[in-house]
Design a protein around this ligand. Structure first.
Ligand code: NOJ
Length: 545
């Protein structure tokens, strides 16, 4: 058996995140839906012009009042009518599995919607049997119980007139936090997981799991000096009591035990808001395969367009993650400015998008793509009146919100970009004439076709799927060079982050041949000892046979 066959699917897969509201609207209400995803499964895998991804992560599709666009769930066992129904979801699972595409659900259980029956009951009176399912407290003096802040602005406590106490919400007031210290709450969550696993989902993306447990006595966080804290009070505290409590490890071990009890390598990928405390973030892999299968590594989201930033992120991974754990790499998601726009500058946006994609898909670890990355979707530009994201509305103009990365998928150059037959919930980007699936599928020079080739290369190259990664030191500034090797195959990846030609000297006495590159043609050979990079070039080579 080759090494690739022994890897679980989630180590080999290229993941593709779908923001369901914005992928494809099949029923003509301006909002994307499950039927729209089903219609486009062939786009994702199985046909010659498919992208070639292996797994979907769906942002939440459960019934929700949509205050945080589905991250506020009012029924964990159903589908919001906006997106379809359970039968359509089952059809999606079946059709995806028929194409060998895995489906991972978003599990949002730090908080529920305030419309969830559990919260309604909890709120109804202080003696409610569900009172302790959420975190209710009396105030301190005239104010809330402690100094905790909501990530979305303001205090994390909401006064409830009816029952005369405060409840905790680390996000919107419409998203009350569950009390994970109550065993009944935990049991209810395990049951939700089993419900979807029975139905056949392949795993869960855990939303802000490191917030589940709070300090047992709800101590106030110590203050933290920070410039950003002046504008955004959340940053003005050390979050030692409202997140990352030790009880988290036991909960994750239990969740892992549940997914492992089903056949087919079901999995957990966890999202933490902790980007810079690597030790802490990577501890959630557990002691010995008893934590998360994958921990999101968001360091690239903060990397500037400098080879040393990306290099540093890779080194942080190597230094802080357990040596048996499996990395993840992310450039974009539904919470941040699209990376095409983050890195686009002076007309080199397309080239940089290719360099970034080449890195994402050749590093050791599981890459997560965000819908539209593959066609080079940019951050949408929205005026204040179009903003829908609650923090966007609140912090305008300092923070424009997250709508810009959630604009509708651009399928064609036509009306509504082929996304819908009516005006969609967010405006279509103005560049749809050139940036769209239909035209890029037909154009050999397109970013889409470059992604296709990269994904296919990765899939067919065991060294890229599971080979060791070795970073080269002392390469010219603004270059990132590494190799991936398995058995006697080694692939060299050289990325030029600068707009100058450069030469990489290699301690290597054989001729190198281009496997895939943005500038040099496939099959081009370099004489022993050096690789030559054009400005903004990504080069993948192996020694010539
Ligand atoms: C993280 C999600 O990615 C984000 O979109 C959401 O607003 C918060 N968690 C709250 O659920």
């Amino acid at each position: 058996m080759t090494a690739e066959n022994t890897q679980p699917w989630w180590q080999r897969a290229v993941f593709y995140q779908i923001y369901p509201r914005s992928f494809k609207d099949a029923n003509g209400d301006g909002i994307g839906d499950l039927a729209g995803i089903i219609e486009n499964l062939d786009y994702l895998k199985g046909k010659p012009d498919s992208l070639g991804v292996d797994a979907l992560w769906l942002s939440p599709v459960y019934p929700s009042p949509q205050h945080d666009f589905g991250y506020d769930i009012k029924d964990y066992r159903n589908i919001d009518p906006l997106f379809g129904d359970l039968a359509t979801f089952q059809k999606l699972l079946k059709e995806a599995h028929a194409r060998d595409i895995k489906v991972v659900m978003d599990l949002v259980v730090n908080h529920t919607s305030w419309e969830h029956p559990w919260f309604r009951e909890s709120r109804s009176s202080r003696d409610s049997p569900k009172r302790d399912w959420y975190i209710w407290r009396d105030g301190e003096g005239d104010g809330p119980p402690n100094n905790w802040r909501s990530l979305f602005g303001g205090p994390a406590w909401q006064w409830d007139e009816q029952s005369q106490q405060y409840y905790l919400h680390l996000f919107l007031k419409e998203q009350p936090d569950l009390n994970w210290r109550n065993p009944e709450v935990q049991e209810a969550i395990w049951e939700i997981m089993r419900y979807w696993l029975e139905m056949g989902v392949d795993g869960f993306r855990l939303d802000v799991y490191n917030f589940y447990f709070k300090d047992a006595t709800l101590r106030s966080n110590p203050r933290r000096r920070s410039l950003r804290g002046l504008f955004y009070a959340y940053e003005g505290q050390h979050h030692i009591y409202d997140q990352d409590q030790p009880e988290m490890y036991g909960a994750l071990a239990k969740m892992r035990e549940i997914v492992d009890s089903y056949p087919g390598d079901r999995m957990l990928v966890g999202e933490t808001s902790t980007i810079d405390n690597f030790q802490q973030a990577y501890s959630y892999y557990g002691q010995d395969h008893d934590g998360l299968n994958l921990v999101f590594n968001f360091e690239f989201l903060n990397s500037r367009w400098r080879a040393k930033d990306f290099r540093q992120a890779i080194i942080h991974w190597q230094q802080h993650a357990p040596n048996w754990s499996w990395p993840t790499w992310v450039l974009s998601n539904h919470d941040v400015i699209r990376h095409f726009t983050r890195y686009a500058q002076k007309g080199v946006g397309h080239l940089r998008a290719r360099v970034a994609a080449s890195m994402l898909l050749t590093l050791k670890g599981t890459p997560f793509l965000y819908y539209g990355d593959e066609i080079g979707m940019r951050e949408g530009r929205l005026s204040r009146s179009m903003i829908q994201d609650p923090p966007g509305k609140k912090f305008w103009p300092f923070f424009r919100g997250r709508d810009g990365c959630r604009t509708p998928m651009q399928w064609t150059a036509g009306e509504q970009a082929g996304f819908s037959t009516v005006r969609p919930w967010l405006p279509i980007n103005k560049d749809k004439k050139t940036v769209n699936v239909e035209s890029e599928q037909q154009n050999e020079q397109s970013l889409f076709q470059y992604y296709q080739r990269l994904i296919a290369l990765r899939k067919n190259t065991p060294a890229l799927l599971s080979g060791a990664l070795h970073l080269l030191d002392n390469t010219p500034e603004q270059t990132l060079v590494y190799h991936r090797s398995l058995g006697d195959d080694t692939l060299w990846i050289a990325l030029n982050f600068s707009q100058r030609k450069t030469t990489i000297s290699l301690n290597f006495s054989e001729t190198m041949e281009v496997v895939l590159a943005t500038h040099h043609p496939e099959g081009h050979t370099f004489s022993p000892g050096s690789l030559k990079l054009e400005p903004d070039e990504a080069l993948i080579c192996r020694k010539s046979k």
